[in-house]
Design a protein around this ligand. Structure first.
Ligand code: SDX
Length: 441
């Protein structure tokens, strides 16, 4: 069932024919050309590498206005949710479409605790990875391995979905913390029944036999807010992957595992790690913010100012504004001055004042400040994208469910324009003695 409404038509004239294509309108006024009959009527496909101009679904989960810098989950502004909710409440909102009542929240929280452990066999997987395995590789392989321990989404009942959602949300947190302990060479710390989501994570990360970790309420609050900022973002790269894998009717764990791999890329969720690496390198090499900005403008190298620019936001990413505030609060609360924050703020000012960045509407995105906050919390750089995945998980799940229950749930299978060899035979190729590889001829 379609929720957008046809508001007008667009006339395509091609090859002596005319075709009226419906123009559909979403609830926030965005419009799309409905081309579902285009190939059948004209033999044409659209051509849109990177899908920057293509709407691939109707969705009632998240809305982004890239021109105004608006981000809403199920109609709530991100700033409102970050201020008034916990990450678990926002996870529930994304999956179910409404904020939980106190009894729903308590039931969900109870499920989170029940499913926070890993099967003991999985605990041993960690010892088989090389010492400095990247935690994103561990995360992705452990998530798809969960499907070997737990049956697929048994039924569509709210209860069955809550079990699978809480199992994934809770176990991903445990896997993330265990991967950190593996990286550090420290003994793993099991989840505790008396701690809430973020406190439990921080305790599993930083408690050791010789360091009785006490969750810091300011840090716990900041972590809740940072995870909320990352929880969903329309049809971004990794969410599109989760939906595409889910469209083949692969199970939820396999779909999320694929999404984790897509998020790992430095152009996507891996950018928060790259931002810190760039800032640290620049500080150590003495490169000025101005020098970095000039390097990012130089087309003769493929250096980019990670944490800047966005496919959709052509103004300040609203998440970056909140992340900047959180980052400053956490650093000052933990009463250590971080020169990297000063450098980042100077770099931001230089870039925003530069015509190259202004002409291309390049502003700080969600990844520019978040890493500095995680660093202040003691979370290492190679765990930053894992933190992004922890936050994004409820959004991936909500989008996966929407894809599965959506308009016929059709398998995602785009078209292409072929530009390769028209037709060759092996005999002809081998007959052209001596056989020389075509690219060498
Ligand atoms: C995330 O899609 C989402 O919603 C993603 C995300 C989410 O929540 O899921 O918001 C999370 O991935 C945030 C983005 C994190 N990535 C980075 O910070 C990497 C650095 N940024 C870029 O690589 C880039 O801006 C992208 C990938 C984010 C967007 O790429 P686009 O939309 O394909 O834009 P583009 O590469 O075509 O760039 C347009 C122009 C180009 O210059 P011209 O060819 O026009 O001269 O802007 C330039 C680019 O060279 N440009 C940059 C730049 N980003 C774009 N130049 C220098 N530094 C940059 N960061």
């Amino acid at each position: 069932m379609s929720f957008t409404k046809k508001v007008t038509t667009a006339r395509l004239s091609y090859d002596g024919k005319e075709l009226d294509l419906p123009v559909l309108e979403g609830d926030m006024g965005e419009r799309g050309l409905d081309i579902r009959n285009l190939r059948q009527e004209t033999g044409l496909v659209t051509f849109d590498p990177g899908m920057a101009n293509s709407g691939v679904c109707e969705s009632n989960i998240t809305f982004v206005d890239g021109a105004k810098g608006i981000l809403r989950y199920r109609g709530y502004d991100i700033e409102d949710l970050a201020e008034h909710c916990s990450f678990l409440e926002v996870a529930y909102l994304l999956v179910h479409g409404f904020l939980p009542t106190p009894s729903e929240y308590n039931a969900f929280s109870h499920l989170m605790n029940q499913h926070s452990m890993l099967h003991e066999n999985m605990r041993h997987f960690f010892s088989l990875y090389p010492d400095h395995a990247h935690p994103m590789a561990i995360l992705s392989s452990m998530v798809v391995s969960l499907s070997t321990f737990y049956p697929e989404l048994e039924a569509d009942s709210t209860e069955a979905i809550d079990i699978t959602v809480s199992r994934l949300l809770s176990k991903l947190r445990t896997i993330a913390a265990f991967s950190y302990k593996k990286y550090k060479g420290d003994p793993i710390v099991y989840p505790r029944p008396d701690l809430r989501y973020c406190e439990n994570f921080l305790n599993m990360m930083f408690h050791t036999p010789v360091n009785n970790y006490e969750p810091d309420p300011v840090v716990t609050r900041a972590l809740n807010q940072l995870l909320i900022l990352h929880a969903d973002h329309e049809q971004n790269c990794s969410t599109s992957v989760v939906r595409a894998v889910g469209s083949s009717r692969a199970n939820l764990y396999a779909s999320i595992s694929a999404g984790i791999c897509a998020l790992w890329g430095p152009l996507h969720g891996g950018a928060n790690q790259r931002v810190l690496e760039i800032l640290e390198d620049a500080m150590h090499s003495g490169a000025s913010p101005k020098l970095l900005v000039e390097k990012a403008k130089d087309r003769n190298n493929n250096f980019r100012l990670f944490g800047f620019g966005h496919r959709v936001y052509k103004t300040y990413d609203p998440r970056a504004k909140v992340a900047k505030k959180i980052c400053t609060q956490v650093i000052s609360h933990l009463s250590h001055h971080d020169p990297l924050l000063d450098y980042a703020q100077e770099l931001e000012a230089v870039a925003l004042a530069d015509p190259y960045f202004q002409e291309r509407h390049l502003y700080p995105n969600v990844d520019f400040f978040t890493g500095l906050a995680y660093r202040a919390m003691g979370i290492p750089v190679n765990m930053f994208t894992v933190m992004f995945a922890l936050g994004r998980l409820p959004g991936w799940i909500a989008q996966w469910l929407e894809q599965r229950d959506g308009e016929g749930g059709r398998i995602v299978r785009p078209r292409q324009l072929y530009v390769g060899p028209v037709h060759r035979t092996v005999a002809e190729t081998l007959a052209s003695k001596p056989y020389v590889h075509p690219t060498h001829s």
